[in-house]
Design a protein around this ligand. Structure first.
Ligand code: NAP
Ligand code: F7E
Length: 322
């Protein structure tokens, strides 16, 4: 029988890759979309006819009850969030409402309407923040450094709590940073690759960034959505770190990105205090051995391939007038 999946955050980076993956696997894919005054389907335009859209918002309980009722999902992937760490300091209450309470609203809707559906929560390596050990595993204590990280810890534990209280099949993917040509332009990787393409095509002369020394464990979003799906195919729900197990600095990302178009990043990158954060996460490095062992998952795209893929996509976009 055809499986049904409901994805919140369909229009985001991960939602678009996950929807593509599930359509390929012959799922009936439903996507929750909130109302917007402008078009937000850019990332899913190529396959929007293969997806069923249901209106709803993580801030609105009734809409979530209706969305579960209408879609009758076997699997629910909660990817919707205010996902930009930087803005969580300017919108801390809103971030908590969506990223923390929003998870409870969705779980409550499932519990009341479709409690046997399996649930995936998009948890984050930002929960480790000021890290207590390196590399970080499923057992590493949390120490968030932003309102976003704090809200995500609530989301993590409410998923665990519904699993333990109501025996629901709820799993957390603790995903480290993952990127792609579909990454939002405000995140550092895409900001760099877009900046490189703008400079290389004569549209800009410099690129202003914040902390160049912070290090992240960056993988490819297309690889990471497979891990989400694998988690919901297991007999028992559980929590998994998903990462490449390699960390690189923002500076290294810049060096490879500029070199891809034959430029030296030292000549174009300037530091701007506007992009510094009140509290920084200096380094995140995952240990994904549990996901590799239990799920049989592994990343396919290397760090260099990821950077070059993103630069090439932005170069292509500008060379075709985008
Ligand atoms: P993204 O590109 O920012 O997408 C976020 C999605 O959430 C968008 O579809 C957005 O819809 C939707 N959304 C925001 N507020 C909503 C609300 N109140 N109700 C319903 N939908 C709402 O994020 P992403 O990179 O795909 O990340 C997916 C999830 O994984 C997020 O929960 C993020 O926090 C988490 N995560 C991401 C990473 C990463 O490195 N990418 C790592 C760990 C965890 P609009 O199009 O209408 O704005
Ligand atoms: O910053 C530094 C910045 O905004 C990465 C989200 O998907 O991953 C993401 O959160 C690093 C930070 O991602 C700029 O200070 C320097 O140290 O790309 P980012 P993030 O904050 O790591 C986690 C796992 C999530 O869950 C989140 O949803 O880069 N950095 N200069 C800069 N960052 C930005 N954005 N802009 C700069 O100019």
């Amino acid at each position: 029988m055809t499986k049904r999946a409901l994805i919140t955050g369909l229009t985001g980076q991960d939602g678009s890759y996950l929807a593509e993956l599930l359509v390929e696997k012959d799922y009936e894919v439903w996507g929750l979309m909130r109302r917007s005054s402008s078009e937000s389907t850019e990332r899913i335009d190529d396959f929007i006819d293969s997806v069923r859209i249901v209106g709803g918002d993580l801030l609105d309980q009734t809409s979530l009850l209706d969305a579960i009722e209408e879609s009758q999902p076997d699997e629910v992937y909660n990817l919707a969030a205010q996902s930009f760490v930087h803005d969580s300091w300017t919108e801390p209450v809103y971030t908590a409402d969506v990223d923390a309470l929003g998870v409870t609203r969705l779980l409550e809707a499932m519990r009341r309407v479709k409690p046997d559906a399996r649930f995936y929560q998009a948890s984050s390596s930002e929960m480790f923040g000021k890290v207590h050990e390196t590399p970080q595993t499923e057992k590493t204590p949390f120490h968030p450094r932003s309102p976003y990280g704090v809200a995500k810890i609530y989301g993590y534990y409410i998923a665990v709590n519904y699993r333990e209280s109501y025996d629901m099949h709820a799993s957390n993917g603790i995903l480290f940073n993952h990127e792609s040509p579909r990454r939002g332009i405000e995140f550092v990787t895409r900001k760099i690759t877009d900046g490189v393409a703008r400079i290389a095509t004569g549209r800009a002369t410099e690129l202003a960034l914040g902390n160049l020394d912070s290090k992240r464990d960056w993988g490819f979003a297309g690889d990471y959505v497979e891990a989400m799906w694998l988690m919901l195919q297991q007999d028992a729900p559980d929590d998994y770190v998903v990462s490449t197990d390699e960390a690189h600095s923002v500076r290294e990302f810049c060096e490879i990105a500029f070199a891809r178009v034959g430029l030296d990043c030292e000549e174009y990158v300037v530091q701007d205090p506007r992009f510094m954060r009140p509290a920084e996460v200096d380094i995140l490095l995952g240990d994904s051995s549990k996901a590799r062992r239990v799920l049989g998952w592994e990343p396919k795209v290397s760090f260099r391939e990821l950077v070059e893929m993103m630069v090439d996509a932005d170069m292509e976009r500008y060379s075709t007038g985008g």
